[in-house]
Design a protein around this ligand. Structure first.
Ligand code: CNA
Length: 278
């Protein structure tokens, strides 16, 4: 990125300038956009990191191609690989990270306009962020239904099926049951489309732990107004982050990045306390 390019809003393209911007009360409507990278330190692998990502470790499932595990047509013929993976991702086994608590801290301070997450692990909710502030763009394990007749399926039976490594079928029509996470070939939830214009209202955007490679989610940061600072906290540079004059890149792990940002805002102790309670 061009460090010398003049900024419109921030003093400079640094973490410290972002903290000053927040401390001066200029960020009161923050949108946060997240992906699998905010949950890797909780023990849930992401998709695309080489070696450790889920796609790199699907070989034992004999899939024709890695993404097939989340492909709706493949699932209809062979739901077993998905249910094998679902066991690993199913909520209840993992503790939210300090990054999840940081999002909750923004909420508690009344600064969070909306959290857009691609994650299906429900860790944002478990960290304390209320459901109505979260757009789960790719759905979640919170509900499940029949892929044929759409009839809802009870949560306790789903938990039992996951535990027993079996594939649940609809109590009404015997069709296959699937958690309401969005597969390739499926439409995103209506609440995503209802809220996708919201970033234009934001005064700060924080993107964390995502490769920004899945559309239409990947385009969300583009909806922010020119001059609205966009911060990327991620292992690597992704999407168009860094291309605008008020983009700030904090490269490295998310937990370290949010700790530094919280410290610069004078919130570190508060953040640690909040996280300790999760
Ligand atoms: P991805 O494509 O796997 O990208 C993850 C990104 O995070 C990459 O850029 C990594 O470099 C980066 N990253 C990984 N670990 C860290 C870390 N500790 N600190 C900083 N950066 C890190 O994942 P996306 O979310 O972008 O892809 C979208 C998919 C992944 C969505 O459909 C999700 O449903 C799906 N997914 C979700 C989960 C979950 O719910 N926890 C887990 C795996 C995949």
């Amino acid at each position: 990125i061009d460090e010398d390019e003049p900024t419109r809003t921030l003093d400079s393209r640094t973490l410290e300038s972002v903290a000053t911007f927040i401390k001066n009360g200029h960020a009161r409507k923050i949108v946060v956009m997240t992906g699998a990278g905010i949950s890797t330190s909780a023990g849930i692998p992401d998709f695309r990191s080489p070696d450790t990502g889920i796609y790199a470790n699907l070989a034992q499932l004999n899939l024709p191609y890695a993404e097939a595990v989340f492909d709706i047509s493949y699932f209809r013929n062979n739901p077993l690989p998905f249910y094998t993976l679902a066991q690993e991702l199913y909520p209840g086994k993992y503790r939210p990270t300090i990054t999840h608590s940081f999002i909750n801290l923004l909420y508690q301070k009344g600064l969070l306009l909306k959290l857009f997450t691609q994650n299906i692990d429900c860790l944002e909710r478990e960290a304390g962020v209320p459901g109505d502030v979260i757009v789960e763009a790719h759905g979640s394990f919170a509900r499940q239904s029949c892929v044929e007749c759409k009839h809802p399926y009870p949560q306790d039976l789903m938990q039992k099926a996951i535990h027993e490594k079996s594939v649940p079928t609809c109590l009404e029509c015997n069709g296959l049951v699937k958690p309401e996470i969005v597969f390739f070939g499926e439409q995103l939830p209506t609440e995503f489309f209802a809220n996708r214009g919201l970033p234009v209202e934001a005064d700060l955007c924080i993107v964390m732990g995502t490769s920004l490679s899945v559309q239409p989610f990947a385009s969300l940061p583009e909806f922010c107004s020119q001059g609205t600072p966009r911060v990327l906290i991620n292992q690597e540079r992704v999407g168009t982050m860094g291309s605008r004059s008020d983009d700030v890149l904090i490269l490295g792990d998310c937990d370290g990045g949010v700790r530094k940002l919280a410290e610069a805002c004078g919130w570190l102790e508060e953040l640690n306390e909040l996280w300790a309670k999760t």
